[in-house]
Design a protein around this ligand. Sequence first.
Ligand code: SF4
Ligand code: SF4
Length: 424
Amino acid sequence: MIYIPAGKDKTRKRSIETIPDPGLFHISLSTHRGAAAVPVVSIGQRVKKHQLIAQAGGAVSAQVHSPASGWVTDIGLYPQPDGSKRETVVIQNDFKETKEEVIPTYPGAFTSEEVIQAIADAGIVGAGGAQFPSHIKYRTGTNRIRTFIINGAECEPYLTADYSLMRQYHAQLLQAVALICNVIQPEQVVLAIEKNNKELVPIFEPYLQSLPVPLSILQLQGGYPQGSELQLIRSATGMELQRGIIPATAGVIVSNVGTLYAIYKALYEHTPAIERIITVSGNRTEVCGNYKVKIGTPISHILQTLGISVPHHKVQLILGGPMMGWTVDDHSVSVSKGTAGILLLEKRELHPYNCIRCGYCVDACPMRLMPFELAEAYENRNKSALKELKLTQCIECGLCEYVCPSDVPLLESFRLGKILTNLR
Ligand code: SF4
Ligand code: SF4
């Protein structure tokens, strides 16, 4: 765990504002974990706001809905933040806001299965970045859940989307937590926040006795990557889980606050996952804040709305946080359900593999991997070495790259290495 200058003061106190909807939405069908969603609309078709436009493409997948009413103008391959091109539905907004009710109004008391089905119907995926379909997580089977961790630890520098959500929507958040408690029946609930956000404690204290099970607030020491699932489980329960182990099998479920807010919107406001809160910030922009934005909104629209220009030679635009996010040159890419921020940072040049074997990356790695050896293995396209060095255990936190004095592009090597070896 390493202390990284947070840079959050620029946006911490900013209330959540709304980015007006764009004229064109680019809604990717494969930003969630698992199989791509399959379109159920065709080019030229009229759609309503909330209408299902693509259905889950497999057991692990998610539904996709229209963020506005209008027309489908294209279904084709469009650029993604990772540089690939994937199937995307393009919707022309008619700004009429004609809605379709897709999430049914349940009677006062929901059965567990009704709640889980509504979460699936709403296309809710993890908002913390992993974008794993949430309904699967809450189908716990025979696993006894001891601890339900609410992840409010937003450890990436600059990002304050979760913080602003906790300040502004704490009552809604706790309503969703109570609902999920009825489904997964945990023995305890732990709200994990960072110690330097301790002003949130009095906001949540009135709720400590209001849930069906005891709620405690865990104040984490600052440091990165405190908010990653495995680190959080270690901090809250003392258990060290390997990456790839399903936490529910160890009696733990972790949900990000953004995911829980999406659950509130689905179950209490009958709204599928068509928007999220993002932070716009960075050391190369004076314009910053926390914003509600529709899924599928192109980055170019957000930049234009806020009057932000991006001189490519000086500024690096990152989708997500500076540690785990994607550097994006094509601003036609759009916001997904896992996009936590748009950052404008001073451009940093990474250099091809020129490791000086200092070992700093090894000391920094929270998963106890050998980052420089992994990078060398990728450089040599040595698949068996990548497997032996446990590339699958890499949580892509970016700490190794952050501490590297030679600016070796370690994170990119690991992401490409996982594609090369088909290990994710
Ligand atoms: S990105 Fe992977 S290898 Fe690098 S520090 Fe994080 S877990 Fe370790
Ligand atoms: S920190 Fe950078 S230079 Fe040092 S061993 Fe790791 S990859 Fe090599």
